[in-house]
Design a protein around this ligand. Structure first.
Ligand SMILES: *Cc1c(COP(=O)(O)O)cnc(C)c1O
Length: 373
């Protein structure tokens, strides 16, 4: 495909993935784990040996993400956590990592456990203290998440990249590659749970890392770790992901519009105490988010309803369209009472996390209206 195509075109065409063998306009699913050699013992396809290294379906999905991210190289993993683990496993003993506090709980829990077992110093700080912590601790790695889940805090990626020589890794799951390009803002590696908005249909578990510098040592180490430790996405999941990403820009556009409208509506509701959403002018990260995100602020928001834990649970229980389930970024709207899931991390008891889907906005607002009654 030609250069400089816009995301909607790259995605709709799956970065040019076709099936030359059949003439199909979509790529074939090729599940083979092993690949033949000819009579001279040369590989029939030099790039295909064994599917723990790579496979055509994996390359096709990676090509789409690489193009959308403006990356030099992209690697898919069998989950977002597998992608994060591959990054942290590159750290030698004795190293220091600065990690943003109050991010996706699964990330925090795994990093704490891993760094304890590996003699790595972990410094967890709030967004407002990231630059100062880098100055003080001179970390090898900095890991942030923006917008963060479920607090929706915003990290100024460019300012942080300027403030540290460490490898800066940005979990941009809630933004997707459509709304934010962390590599262009100075991040070294961008990570997504592709389980969320990138796949968007709540039927594939996947994670992805992309880099602007494929020659960096850390990227070599990550690539070797994926192959050696075997944390690779299977061909069927990669094929489904390629299929789903054809509509990624469309889905993100609708989700973002819906989330903005719902956030504004709920913010004005007498039974709502606050709404955390970077698209609202009173949000502390609004100006930064406006600068570093394009086309909107994503489909994730958190609502503080007035009253107690019981009031919040009653609202969650009364919603009819918003399904009560964890996760985010799917075409169907979801809600979660995070305090029930992680009561020990300081999540307010009256916080309801909302993942806004692509349904009709009038229906979504009406559902909240009846639930808040
Ligand atoms: C879900 C999620 C992850 C973990 O991804 P999995 O695909 O579930 O392993 C990491 N970061 C964020 C922000 C997430 O929402």
């Amino acid at each position: 495909m030609t250069k400089n195509l816009k995301p909607a075109t790259i995605a709709a065409h799956a970065a040019g993935a076709l099936d030359p063998q059949s003439g199909g306009v979509v790529p074939a699913l090729q599940p083979s784990t092993t690949f033949m050699r000819d009579e001279n013992y040369d590989l029939v396809r030099p790039d295909n040996i064994y599917s723990r290294d790579n496979s055509d379906n994996l390359r096709q999905a990676e090509a789409v993400l690489q193009r959308l991210e403006g990356a030099a190289d992209t690697l898919l993993f069998p989950s977002g956590m597998a992608a994060i683990a591959a990054v942290f496993r590159t750290l030698p003993n004795g190293a220091t990592a600065v990690v943003q506090s109050g991010i996706y709980w699964g990330t925090t829990a795994w990093i704490r456990d891993f760094t304890t077992r590996r003699d790595i110093t972990l410094v967890e700080v709030d967004v407002s203290e990231l630059a100062a912590a880098c100055e003080t601790h001179k970390p090898a790695l900095v890991f942030v998440e923006t917008p963060s889940n479920p607090w929706l805090k915003t990290v100024d990626i460019r300012a942080l990249a300027d403030a540290t020589d460490a490898t800066l890794v940005v979990d941009a799951t809630a933004a997707t590659p459509i709304l934010m390009q962390p590599l262009a803002l100075g991040a070294d590696i961008v990570m997504h749970s592709a389980t969320k908005g990138i796949n968007g249909h709540s039927d594939v578990l996947a994670g992805v890392l992309s880099t602007g510098n494929a020659d960096a040592k850390i990227w070599d180490d990550i690539r070797a770790d994926r192959k050696g430790a075997g944390a690779i996405l299977g061909p069927f999941e990669a094929w489904l992901l390629t299929r789903a990403m054809r509509t990624l820009p469309l889905r993100v556009e609708r989700m973002t519009q819906n989330a903005q409208a719902l956030a504004e509506h709920l913010m004005a509701h007498p039974k709502v105490a606050d709404v955390f959403y970077p698209g609202l002018p009173h949000h502390p990260g609004h100006d930064v988010a406006k600068r570093q995100m394009t086309g909107g602020f994503g489909g994730l928001l958190s609502v503080l309803v007035k009253g107690s834990k019981e009031d919040a649970l009653r609202v969650v229980g009364s919603l009819k369209l918003f399904l009560r389930a964890t996760s985010l970024g799917g075409v169907e709207s979801l809600v979660e009472h995070r305090h029930t899931i992680e009561p020990h991390t300081g999540i307010p008891e009256n916080l309801i996390r909302v993942s806004v889907g692509i349904e009709d906005i009038g229906d979504l607002i009406a559902d909240w209206e009846q639930a808040l009654e």
